[in-house]
Design a protein around this ligand. Structure first.
Ligand SMILES: [Zn+2]
Ligand SMILES: [Zn+2]
Length: 367
């Protein structure tokens, strides 16, 4: 005990400090070191030290004894009889306005979030849409007005927590509270349950909600509808509804973000001679010029024909990837014509193949 710091020093006060100054100094010190707010290892010790100093200096009788005898006052200062109520009063007095969130009654609880899975067609995602969804959520039972007690009876004040919903107990020099397990923090218990809701106080209702889907949403995107989840308890805020989107794939468009890819088959004559073809886009058919001598894998870009940017003004592109389809069934006449075509073409028929064979020849000669 010899190492105890002077109580005035602990609170940073002059010896003639007025009661208001003592209170103010303690409030500042306690707020600084309150274990709920300060994670430092020695915060709890400092908080206790300040609480102890305040206990003595705020009591005129104890303060007078301390001023006269210091820590060695006859009989000392017994902190163990520092009763529950004292501490509770201290907290409400000192911390009431600071710890406004420190619940004094039954605990407010935010309602749970709900999830709704919604499937959209590819075009709905591209254009945006409005969907009506039916979401079940729990609302107070009308029969018992949400109390859970049979009409004509009322819930009883919980005998364990006396209606506070929480139990406070002393741990060292500060008090700790936890939710009352007897009433689950409600502060009341039901003796005769309501027959309609079986005492839950809630019933399920299906609600129709309109959900606006912006153009450009992608698979896996989630929309949050604030306050459309489960209802909060004891006046707590309502939860949110999360609408999780699944976008169905398109039979011909492949999507990569805002870009669309389309594989377009063209015939050998179209590729060789060139042509103008019609390509499907999200806005309807568009014309695409195939230049003569187009090879498989060639990509043509149609600007602004992709998906809209979500929350943007832009639009992706449509990439048309052509492939030359080799006919697999030929008539006698077609075969003869192709044969003839090959004969008159000689090696000119496939310059790329020729250059490839030349490269292979070079490689073999090197070895
Ligand atoms: Zn209780
Ligand atoms: Zn009911």
């Amino acid at each position: 005990m010899a190492t105890k710091r002077d109580y005035y020093e602990v609170l940073g006060l002059p010896r003639h400090a007025a009661p208001e100054e003592i209170k103010k100094a303690y409030r500042q010190t306690a707020l600084k070191f309150h274990p709920d707010r300060n994670p430092e290892a020695d915060a709890e010790e400092k908080f206790k030290e300040a609480s102890e100093a305040y206990q003595v200096l705020s009591d005129p009788d104890k303060r007078a004894r301390y001023d006269r005898y210091g820590h060695q006052a006859p009989g000392g200062f017994d902190f163990t009889d520092f009763s529950f109520m004292h501490l509770d009063d201290l907290f409400s007095d000192i911390f009431g306005e600071f710890f406004g969130s420190r619940p004094r009654g039954p605990r407010r609880r935010r309602g749970s979030d709900l999830r709704y899975d919604l499937t959209l067609s590819f075009l709905e995602a591209a254009r945006g849409t409005e969907k009506t969804v039916v979401v079940p959520r729990h609302v107070p039972c009308e029969e018992c007005r949400g109390s859970g007690a049979k009409p004509g009876t009322s819930p009883l004040t919980c005998p364990t927590c006396r209606g506070a919903g929480q139990l406070r107990y002393q741990q060292g020099f500060f008090s700790v509270s936890r939710t009352c397990s007897h009433c689950q923090g409600k502060g009341t218990v039901i003796q005769t349950p309501c027959a309609t809701c079986r005492g839950h106080g809630l019933k399920e209702v299906k609600r129709k909600l309109k959900v606006k889907i912006p153009a450009g949403v992608d698979n896996g995107a989630a929309l949050r509808l604030r306050g459309e989840g489960e209802i909060g308890e004891m006046g707590g805020p309502d939860g949110d509804l999360h609408v999780v989107l699944t976008v169905k794939p398109h039979p011909i468009f492949e999507r990569q973000g805002t870009e669309l890819i389309l594989d377009l088959p063209i015939s050998f004559p179209q590729a060789a001679l060139g042509d103008e073809v019609e390509v499907p886009t999200l806005d309807g058919p568009a014309k695409l010029k195939i230049p003569a001598g187009t090879q498989t894998g060639k990509v043509f870009r149609l600007r602004g024909k992709g998906m809209p940017e979500l929350q943007g003004y832009g639009q992706g592109d449509l990439h048309v990837r052509v492939f030359v389809e080799v006919p697999s069934k030929l008539s006698k006449e077609q075969k003869d014509l192709l044969q003839r075509f090959a004969e008159i073409s000689g090696e000119d028929i496939s310059p790329q193949r020729k250059s490839f064979l030349d490269k292979v020849k070079d490689l073999l000669n090197q070895n």
